[in-house]
Design a protein around this ligand. Structure first.
Ligand SMILES: [Zn+2]
Length: 277
């Protein structure tokens, strides 16, 4: 399953090393950055040369010039002086530029490999394809690719107010955000928006506008953002999902997600729209 990279190739290339240990990422204690350099700069990596994969490069990314090597230690502990582990979420928020295409992608790759060791069709052991992100079954020729799950995320406004909801899972953090949910099989994105909004807060929306998208590697979503206008109905929170939802004025907002996430960007854009009304 694991491809052993040609040692010469690893030795001569400066690379970004994304090392997963129990689903966290190895960072320098000093400045919380991941290792960048030759493999010989990090002697502790030599012990794991069987678990090193090169991340297949994307065409248009910041790390075009520098290869990204992914090392999956699985549940192994890692205790090396000078190094500690950071969560993927921490890294996404601290280095938003390259974070999604490097750390997010590396995590999706590792998660994919961990969960596709056997063929879903015939049960035989799969092998990693070297030139694309895929595993192949040589028994029945079935090939699997990393799963991407589309998820809509929507910000709703009504005159000078924005609708924000606190999910049951965010109750403790007291964080209010936009509504989001997975697209179901056979549904288009707009239908998913109307269904999710009605299910979660009981209101109808209109005039959907596409906003933008963001990969969200927890573990493999693609968030597709919309801004919608309120149409009708009173707020009625969905049991077990939404703890509270309210219309807020721009001047007295609750605790909201950071601007780096698509939710934060959607809220910012919606506030600028309602400010002009
Ligand atoms: Zn098979």
């Amino acid at each position: 399953m694991m491809i052993k990279l040609h040692e010469e190739k690893m030795a001569t290339k400066r690379a970004i090393w994304v090392v997963f240990s129990r689903s966290k990422i190895l960072v320098r204690e000093q400045d919380k950055t991941v290792p960048i350099g030759l493999i010989s700069d990090f002697p502790f990596l030599a012990a794991y040369s069987d678990s090193i994969h090169q991340l297949p490069p994307l065409n248009e990314t910041a790390h075009k010039e520098m290869p990204v090597f992914v090392v999956d230690l699985g549940s192994q502990r890692f205790d090396e002086p000078g190094w500690e582990r950071a969560s993927l979420r921490q890294l996404l928020y601290s280095e938003p530029g390259a974070a999604f295409s490097i750390f997010g992608r590396a995590w999706q790759y590792v998660h994919f490999i961990r969960t596709h060791q056997f063929c879903g069709q015939c049960g035989a052991k799969t092998e990693l394809v070297s030139w694309e992100m895929a595993v192949h079954c040589h028994q029945c020729q079935h090939r699997s690719y990393p799963r991407v799950s589309p998820c809509i995320i929507v910000s709703i406004h009504n005159r000078k107010q924005i609708l924000l909801a606190r999910g049951v899972r965010h109750k403790e953090a007291n964080m209010y955000s936009t509504l989001a949910g997975f697209v179901e099989s056979g549904e288009d994105l707009e239908q998913a928006v109307h269904r999710e909004v009605f299910e979660e807060v009981g209101v109808k929306v209109k005039n959907l506008q596409y906003f933008g998208s963001q990969p969200w590697p927890f573990p493999h979503s693609l968030m597709i953002g919309f801004i919608a206008e309120y149409d009708s109905g009173d707020i009625k929170c969905q049991e077990n999902e939404i703890d509270d939802a309210q219309w807020f004025d721009a001047e007295c907002l609750p605790n909201i997600p950071p601007r780096l996430s698509i939710a934060g960007k959607l809220i910012e854009k919606t506030l600028s729209l309602i400010a002009d009304k």
